[in-house]
Design a protein around this ligand. Structure first.
Ligand code: GTP
Ligand code: ZN
Length: 238
C-alpha cells in the first residue's frame, strides 16, 4: 500500500448542512467537459485567445454594478479579471495525455495507492463563484502505476473549469480508469461552496462530500472501508 499526502450504497454524495436540501446529481449527459477525447481536441490554448471581449464584458459589468470603470482603482480591473478567469479555467486547454507525460510505470504493484488531501479550487458553473476543498484519490493497480504528482495534476485539470462537484469527482475517477485500467479507483472530494456561504442560503460551515467508486472499490465493501478509514486517519507527522 502507498499513501501520499498532498498539501496540495458505494457512492456517497451529501452535504454536512442539514438545512441544505439534498441535490440530485445533475445530468450526466456527455458534453465537452466529460469526454476526454473531446477535451484533447480543444485546440485554442489560452495564450492565443484574445482577452478583449472578456475585458469588455468585465467593464460592462462594472458599469452595470454602478461603478465607474474609469476611476483609477478600476482601470486595470478588466485586464486583471480576464487574466484571472483564464487562469481559473485553464483546465479546458489541457489534455490527459500531455498531463500524464508518459509517467506510467510497470511496477507489478497491486496494493492500494492513495494520495490524500489534494487541495483544489474550482468555480461552480451556476454562479461562477469558488468552491474549494480537498480531494482524496486512490486506486488499486493492475501492475501499472502512475507518477504520484499526476494524480494531483488530474485533480487540478478538472478543477480549473466551471464545474459541479459531482462531475469533478467523477471525471477524476474516469481519467485514472482511462490511463491505468486499474482494478479500481476511489475519489472523494470535500468542498465548501461560496455560493452557499456568501449569498443564497448563506450557510458558512457547510461542506459537501462527493465520491466516485469504480471497480473493486464499488464491488468490495472491505476495500472501500479500507480507503474510507485511510482518508480519516490523522497522519502522525503533522
Ligand atoms: N449538485 C450541485 N449543486 C451545486 C453545485 N454548486 C452549486 N450548486 C447548486 O446549484 C443550484 C442552483 O439553483 P438555482 O435555484 O438554479 O439557483 P439559485 O436561485 O441561485 O439557488 P440558491 O443557491 O438556492 O439561491 C443551487 O442549489 C446551488 O447550491 C455543485 O457542485 N453540485
Ligand atoms: Zn454556485
Amino acid at each position: 500500500m502507498t499513501i501520499a499526502s498532498s498539501n496540495g450504497s458505494p457512492s456517497l454524495s451529501y452535504s454536512s448542512d442539514k438545512d441544505a436540501k439534498e441535490h440530485q446529481p445533475l445530468s450526466s449527459r456527455p458534453d465537452r467537459s466529460t469526454t476526454h477525447g473531446a477535451e484533447s481536441k480543444i485546440s485554442h490554448p489560452s495564450s492565443d485567445v484574445s482577452n478583449e471581449a472578456l475585458m469588455n464584458s468585465v467593464q460592462t459589468m462594472l458599469a452595470e454594478l454602478g461603478e465607474d470603470p474609469e476611476r483609477e482603482g478600476l482601470l486595470k480591473t478588466p485586464k486583471r479579471v480576464a487574466e484571472a478567469m483564464r487562469f481559473l479555467t485553464n483546465g479546458y486547454h489541457q489534455s490527459l495525455e500531455d498531463l500524464v507525460n508518459g509517467a506510467i510505470f510497470d511496477e507489478g504493484h497491486d496494493e492500494m495507492v492513495l494520495v490524500r488531501d489534494i487541495n483544489l479550487f474550482s468555480l461552480c458553473e451556476h454562479h461562477m463563484l469558488p468552491f474549494m476543498g480537498k480531494a482524496h484519490v486512490a486506486y488499486i493497480p493492475n501492475q501499472k502505476v502512475v507518477g504520484l504528482s499526476k494524480l494531483a495534476r488530474i485533480v487540478e485539470m478538472y478543477s480549473r473549469r466551471l464545474q459541479v462537484q459531482e462531475r469533478l469527482t467523477r471525471q477524476v475517477a474516469e481519467a485514472i480508469q482511462e490511463i491505468l485500467d486499474p482494478q479500481g479507483v476511489a475519489v472523494v472530494v470535500e468542498a465548501n461552496h461560496m455560493c452557499m456561504v456568501m449569498r443564497g442560503v448563506q450557510k458558512p460551515g457547510s461542506w459537501t462530500v462527493t465520491s466516485s467508486m469504480v471497480g473493486v472499490f464499488k464491488e468490495d465493501q472491505k476495500v472501500r472501508e479500507e480507503f474510507l478509514n485511510l482518508i480519516r486517519h490523522q497522519p502522525s507527522f503533522f
